[in-house]
Design a protein around this ligand. Structure first.
Ligand code: SF4
Ligand code: SF4
Length: 314
């Protein structure tokens, strides 16, 4: 049972999260997500995780934060909007997913989450906690739904009924009790199948999972080898990530532009011609993308994407 002190602290934490620019913040009691275990195991054993073997490992930790933070009692989940109407691309120019326009979101969000953690510790120095942004075996989407942030769409991405789906998730696990939010139990996809019908490579499964072996986001970011030519033909010029299933989703008609300068596409990149992309040198790549999520693809693999994908894009 939560006390009035827990309620006050929960409100202060949310206030602090909004002060740090987060658009969404919910709190949920830490627990084990046993029901997710067979889903993850089946998905991995059918090979739909591609080369991402790590997703099939540490499943016990992935479903139970108590194994990551001993004594875990509460989980804070945040959402940070990255939607922008400004788009690059066109005329054979390689297309980059919006999420990778600016500074690597892992670093931006981790910095903000750690500030919240410092704030909580300034109120209660006994608190032990840890923040996560895609950096540990945590099933963020399941936590986000439990914390009331939204529902997973047919494309498997979380949708919030006030800001759409273009937002990053962040998680803080704490060893203290907090006043919790209600889970989001509704599903507003209805009879819509726009994301499934629009996916260029048919990567969306009926059960709201993705076959990453066909997903452009995986093929251009995580995939260790070159993009297979038969899929490159369908990728419509996308060389790093893919926003197609989110762009067609009616719930993103309500998305508003973000207010985070860190997530803006630098003007120098926006102005690049198709020729400049194709002639990009390693030095230019390192300079332009040194703080971006694109940097982890490495120069060689990124240029492989540019060469094969744009060959079929015009
Ligand atoms: S990100 Fe692109 S390729 Fe992947 S499921 Fe969505 S539309 Fe399909
Ligand atoms: S496009 Fe339609 S089915 Fe897909 S996530 Fe959006 S509302 Fe749901």
């Amino acid at each position: 049972m939560t006390t009035s002190a827990d309620k006050t602290l929960s409100l202060l934490i949310k206030e602090n999260a909004y002060e740090h620019g987060f658009d969404l913040c919910g709190i949920v009691l830490s627990k084990s997500f046993k029901e997710h275990e067979p889903i993850i195991r089946n998905w991995c054993s059918s090979g739909m995780n591609g080369d991402m073997d790590y997703l099939g490992q540490y499943i016990e930790k992935r479903i139970n934060p108590g194994l990551l933070i001993p004594g875990a009692k509460s989980v804070i989940v945040t959402g940070l909007n990255y939607y922008t109407e400004k788009k690059q691309g066109g005329n054979g120019i390689p297309v980059i997913s919006r999420y990778a326009y600016g500074i690597n979101y892992h670093n931006v969000i981790k910095g903000k989450l750690n500030k919240i953690l410092d704030y909580i510790k300034s109120i209660n120095p006994e608190v032990v906690g840890k923040s996560f942004v895609d950096s540990a075996p945590i099933i963020e989407k399941a936590w986000a739904r439990e914390a009331g942030l939204g529902w997973p769409g047919r494309h498997s991405i979380l949708i919030n009924n006030k800001i759409g789906s273009f937002f990053f998730l962040g998680v803080i696990v704490l060893n203290i009790d907090l006043d919790c939010d209600k889970p989001y139990t509704e599903d507003h996809c209805g009879t819509c199948t726009l994301c499934i019908d629009s996916c260029p490579t048919g990567a969306i499964n009926e059960n709201r999972t993705i076959d990453v072996r066909k997903c452009i986001a995986y093929l251009t970011i995580e995939n260790k080898g070159p993009v297979p030519e038969e899929l490159a033909r369908k990728m419509e010029g996308r060389v790093f990530g893919c926003d197609k299933c989110q762009e067609v989703c009616p719930w993103n008609k309500i998305a508003k532009p973000h207010k985070n300068p860190e997530f803006e596409l630098p003007e120098e990149i926006k102005q690049m011609t198709a020729e400049e992309w194709h002639n990009l040198t390693r030095e230019q790549f390192n300079r332009l993308f040194k703080r971006s999520a694109i940097e982890r693809r490495t120069y060689e693999r990124f240029m492989q994407n540019v060469t094969i994908v744009t060959k079929f894009s015009s």
